[in-house]
Ligand binder design. Structure first.
Ligand code: JFZ
Length: 420
């Protein structure tokens, strides 16, 4: 799964998903918000005063923290600054059309009110609220698709879940029983109690057989036919392929796929990870992914108080402002006809091809190689008032004359109208 080559293989095996109309909203969305939030936000990358390398939400496994000791974090979890409306509004402002949040990550702690275990945010924390209920309401109100991340194989808290071999004997685990009597009832809860769910994001499909993956996919579709399942349900099943974390395929990939990605280097909040990608890098990645037919699922890791780190907020808002100007060239688009050139990317929609220019030429003259279609006009997507741009066609292709000064410091989208 780690290399983009393997999502190709996985997608090749996935039966007929390409024509599935249930994915239409997701295909048009192109950009989503991932939220990794759980007890691991309290240690925030440190344990017993020592920094723990690696991704923050893995601290329990990394340090082989005994269940009884890790559990005690719940008694301290009180994110009073959590504000569902503000989180969903941030996603909106960022131009993200769906939101995927950790209902249960590998540490096994349920971030929603579950009847299957008391190890959940409502019953085990001083906070006592169900953030998923609040997010479900806010998402409904603001028109964002709510989706749940659910760790179906790894559960370091459950005696029969995968991953914890320091508290539990691996050889004695009843993984099938865990799936049947714990995972499935929890998936039922998530699909019964929070309204329409856009998709369930499963992860790390180790130990799970094809029959087991299939029965989970079937359960999701039976409970909510419109709810999608991501590729990490395992065994080349699910409705779309998942790339490796932060991995972007080198070339156009004609399938439904998504890249989950971090803004810094962790999913769960770590207070010493300040390795933030710049807004320009993030926008280029978004354009790159969309130009190759994928979706970008970009993560934030809120703190134990319930705040989304300011560095993330600032970048997301700038991305949203760029999308406010250039969204026409992103949402609802499909890969463009020109692939594999270094100064930009192309996307396409109906009778328009969008050329996203990363490096604006000093003289404002953009040369677009011929792509075999009849281009009748050019305009700047972000600046309709500028009108038609002078366009010349010769043997080499198109010459579009834009302004000499860079129109957009992140990327400039030029719309080329086609005569069809
Ligand atoms: C998984 C989780 O273990 C991690 O905590 C986080 O939730 C992330 C989104 O997903 O980590 C993975 C899963 C798959 C790959 C890499 C990390 N992969 O295929 O490259």
């Amino acid at each position: 799964m780690a290399e983009d080559g393997s999502i190709r293989e996985e997608a090749r095996q996935r039966p007929g998903a390409r024509g599935d109309q249930r994915l239409n909203w997701w295909r048009d969305a192109r950009f989503g918000m991932f939220i990794h939030w759980g007890l691991y936000a309290i240690p925030a990358g440190q344990w017993r005063g020592k920094p723990i390398p690696g991704i923050g939400e893995w601290v329990m496994l990394r340090e082989r923290i005994p269940v009884r000791e890790y559990e005690s974090l719940a008694g301290r979890f009180n994110p009073t600054r959590f504000d569902a409306d503000a989180w969903v509004s941030l996603a909106k402002q960022a131009g993200q059309k769906y939101l995927v949040i950790t209902a249960k990550h590998h540490d096994g702690f349920c971030m929603y009110g579950s009847n299957e275990t008391e190890y959940n945010i409502v019953d085990a924390t001083p906070f006592g609220r169900d953030p998923m209920k609040e997010l479900a309401r806010a998402c409904q109100e603001q028109g964002v698709h709510l989706c749940f991340y659910y760790s179906q194989t790894q559960d370091w808290h459950h005696p029969d879940g995968d991953g914890n071999d320091w508290d539990y004997d691996d050889a004695k685990k009843d993984f099938a029983g865990y799936l049947e009597h714990y995972v499935k009832p929890q998936v039922r809860e998530l699909l019964a109690n929070y309204g329409p769910i856009g998709l369930i994001w499963f992860d790390t499909p180790k130990r799970i057989s094809a029959a087991q993956s299939r029965s989970l996919v079937d359960l999701v579709h039976e409970l909510q036919p419109g709810c999608l399942v991501n590729g990490r349900i395992g065994n080349a099943l699910g409705d779309y392929a998942e790339a490796g974390d932060n991995a972007i395929p080198a070339e156009l990939f004609d399938a439904d796929w998504e890249t989950p990605a971090t803004i810094n280097d962790t999913w769960g909040y770590k207070h010493d990870d300040h390795n933030w990608k710049s807004t320009g890098e993030l926008i280029h990645k978004l354009v790159d992914i969309v130009s190759k037919g994928g979706n970008y699922l970009l993560n934030v890791g809120p703190t134990a108080e319930g705040d989304i780190p300011h560095a993330s907020v600032a970048r997301l808002k700038e991305m949203g402002q760029w999308l406010e100007r250039n969204g026409e060239a992103i949402y609802g688009t499909r890969p463009g006809p020109l692939q594999g050139f270094d100064w930009g990317r192309t996307t396409a929609k109906y009778d328009t091809v969008y050329v996203h220019v990363f490096d604006w030429p000093a003289d404002g003259k953009v040369r677009v190689p011929d792509f075999g279609q009849n281009v009748t006009g050019a305009r700047l997507v972000a600046d309709p008032a500028a009108g038609a741009l002078p366009l010349t066609i010769d043997a080499e292709g198109l010459l579009v004359e834009g302004p000499a000064s860079t129109p957009d410091r992140f990327a400039t989208a030029i719309a080329l109208s086609l005569n069809s």
